[in-house]
Design a protein around this ligand. Structure first.
Ligand code: BTN
Length: 249
C-alpha cells in the first residue's frame, strides 16, 4: 500500500479547481461535521482528514478512524429528483475501487456498505442540511485501506498493495462530479448487478429488531429494498433498516 500523504494536486487532477473548495487535515473530529460548518461557496466543498477523533457511522454508531485510511466528505447543493444519493454514492465508490484495483471484487450490501470477501471495507453516511429552501447534501465516505485492530466483521483493502489513496480519492470525486452534472445511466441496474445479496435470503432489522426475512428481489427506483417474504410470499419494500445475510459479516 502506497501510504503517501494526502496531496491536493493529485486529488484534484483533471478536476475543474474553480468548482471545488478542498480542505485537508491531519486530524479532525468528523469530516462530515466540518463539511457541514463550511459555507457552500463553490459547487463542491470537500473535507479530507488523515484520521478522525469522532468519526460517525450510520444509525448513531461510531466509525473507527485511525491513520492510514480514507475519510472524506463531499458537500453540494440541491438534489437530483428522487434518486437515492445513499445507494448511488455506494455505487460510485464501488466502481472507483474496482477501477483502482483492476478487479471486480468489490460488492455492495444495501443500503450502502462496501464489501470485499464478505466483510465491510467501507461505509457511507449521508447527512442533509436544510435552510429554508436550500438543501445541502453531505456525503461522508470511510474506506478502510489497512486496519491493525479490527472487529471480526470489518475488512480492509490491504491485499491490494498498489492502491494509491490520492488516485482513489480523485476517481471518486470525478465520478461524483460527473453524477451531479449528468447523472448515471441505468444506475439501478448497475447497483443490482453489484449487489452481493440479490436473490439471496436476507433478514431486515431496525434497532436490532427483526422486521422481516425473505428473498431479496431487488431495489425500487427510490432505493428501497424489495423482499419476497418467507412467511407468505408477500412483496415488501423497505426504505430504512439494516440487513443481515448468512455467512456475511
Ligand atoms: C457506516 O456506518 O457505514 C457509515 C460510515 C461513514 C464514515 C465516514 S468517514 C468520513 C465521514 N465522516 C464521518 O464522521 N463519517 C463519515
Amino acid at each position: 500500500m502506497k501510504l503517501n500523504t494526502l496531496n491536493k494536486n493529485k486529488i484534484l487532477k483533471n478536476i475543474d479547481v474553480d468548482r471545488v473548495n478542498i480542505a485537508i487535515y491531519n486530524t479532525i473530529g468528523s469530516t462530515n461535521d466540518e463539511c457541514k460548518s463550511l459555507e457552500q461557496k463553490n459547487d463542491f466543498n470537500i473535507v479530507l482528514s488523515e484520521e478522525q477523533t469522532k468519526g460517525k457511522g450510520r444509525m448513531g454508531k461510531e466509525w473507527s478512524s485511525p491513520l492510514g485510511n480514507i475519510y472524506m466528505s463531499i458537500a453540494f447543493s440541491g438534489s437530483k429528483s428522487n434518486e437515492p444519493l445513499s445507494l448511488i454514492s455506494g455505487l460510485i465508490c464501488q466502481k472507483a475501487i474496482n477501477k483502482v484495483i483492476g478487479e471486480d471484487s468489490i460488492g455492495l450490501k444495501w443500503p450502502n456498505d462496501i464489501i470485499l470477501n464478505k466483510k465491510k471495507v467501507g461505509g457511507i453516511l449521508i447527512e442533509k442540511e436544510v435552510l429554508g429552501s436550500d438543501v445541502t447534501n453531505i456525503v461522508g465516505i470511510g474506506l478502510n485501506l489497512k486496519l491493525v485492530k479490527k472487529e471480526s466483521w470489518w475488512g480492509d483493502l490491504s491485499e491490494y498493495q498498489h492502491i494509491d489513496r490520492n488516485e482513489l480519492i480523485n476517481i471518486i470525486l470525478r465520478k461524483f462530479i460527473s453524477y451531479c452534472d449528468k447523472g448515471i445511466d441505468n444506475w439501478k441496474d448497475k447497483w443490482e448487478t453489484s449487489c452481493m445479496h440479490l436473490n439471496s435470503n436476507i433478514k431486515i432489522q431496525s434497532n436490532n429488531i427483526k422486521i422481516n426475512e425473505g428473498m431479496c428481489i431487488g431495489i425500487t427506483n427510490e432505493g428501497a429494498l424489495i423482499i419476497s417474504s418467507n412467511k407468505d410470499g408477500k412483496i415488501c419494500e423497505y426504505e430504512y433498516g439494516d440487513i443481515s445475510i448468512k455467512g456475511v459479516y
